[in-house]
Write a protein of this length. Structure first.
Length: 190
C-alpha cells in the first residue's frame, strides 16, 4: 500500500515538474528571438502581429519584443502567472493560450497598429485567475483569484486606453484579458 502511494506521489511530482517547465520553455523562445534580434539584426527583426500582415504574425507576436526592457518586464509577470494557472492544470493553461490566439484574430484584422509581446498573454492569465475562483467557489481557486487580485491588480488600469502609456498596445492587453475570462468560462467545472 505504501509502495503504491509512493508511486502515485512520484508520478504527481513528475507531472508537476513538467508543467512548471512549459512556461520556462516558452519564455526561452522569446529570449532566443530577442537575443538573435539584438545581436544579429540590431533590433530590427521584430515579428509583430501587423494589420494586414501575414497570418503567422499571430503566432510570433507573443514571442517578439521591442528590446530587452520590454521582454524583462513581460518575463517578470509571465512566469508567476503561468505557474499559478498551471496549479489548476495543463488543460486550463492551454485554454488560456488558445483563447489568446483566437482573440488576436480580430485585432490582427481590424486594429491599425502593430502589436507584440507577452503582455497580452499575461493579461489573459490574470483574467483567467481573477474569474476562475469566483466561478468555481472552491478554496484553492478562491485563494488563486484573491491572491492574483492583490498581487497583480495594479496591472488592471493599463486595460484602459487613456491610462495606457503611449506606444503600448492597450488593445492587446484588453483582448488578452477578455481571452482569459473566456478561457475561465470554457474550463469552468461545477
Amino acid at each position: 500500500m505504501a509502495e503504491g502511494l509512493a508511486q502515485r506521489l512520484d508520478r504527481s511530482l513528475s507531472r508537476l515538474r513538467r508543467r512548471t517547465l512549459v512556461p520556462v520553455l516558452l519564455l526561452a523562445v522569446a529570449w532566443a528571438q530577442e537575443l538573435v534580434d539584438q545581436l544579429v539584426f540590431a533590433g530590427r527583426w521584430n515579428l509583430p502581429m501587423v494589420h494586414g500582415g501575414p497570418f503567422w504574425g499571430l503566432l510570433t507576436a507573443p514571442f517578439s519584443h521591442a528590446g530587452f526592457g520590454h521582454l524583462i518586464s513581460n518575463s517578470l509577470w509571465f512566469l508567476p502567472l503561468s505557474w499559478l494557472v498551471l496549479l489548476k492544470g495543463s488543460r486550463d493553461y492551454l485554454a488560456v493560450w488558445l483563447a489568446v490566439l483566437a482573440l488576436q484574430i480580430p485585432v490582427w484584422l481590424f486594429w491599425p497598429s502593430a502589436s507584440h509581446g507577452l503582455s497580452g498573454v499575461n493579461y489573459a492569465l490574470l483574467g483567467y485567475l481573477l474569474l476562475i475562483g469566483w466561478l468555481e467557489k472552491r478554496p484553492l481557486t478562491m485563494v488563486l483569484s484573491t491572491g492574483s487580485l492583490l498581487a497583480y491588480g495594479g496591472l488592471l488600469p493599463a486595460l484602459l486606453p487613456f491610462l495606457s502609456p503611449p506606444g503600448v498596445s492597450w488593445i492587446g492587453h484588453a483582448s488578452g484579458f477578455v481571452a482569459g475570462l473566456l478561457a475561465a468560462l470554457a474550463v469552468y467545472r461545477d
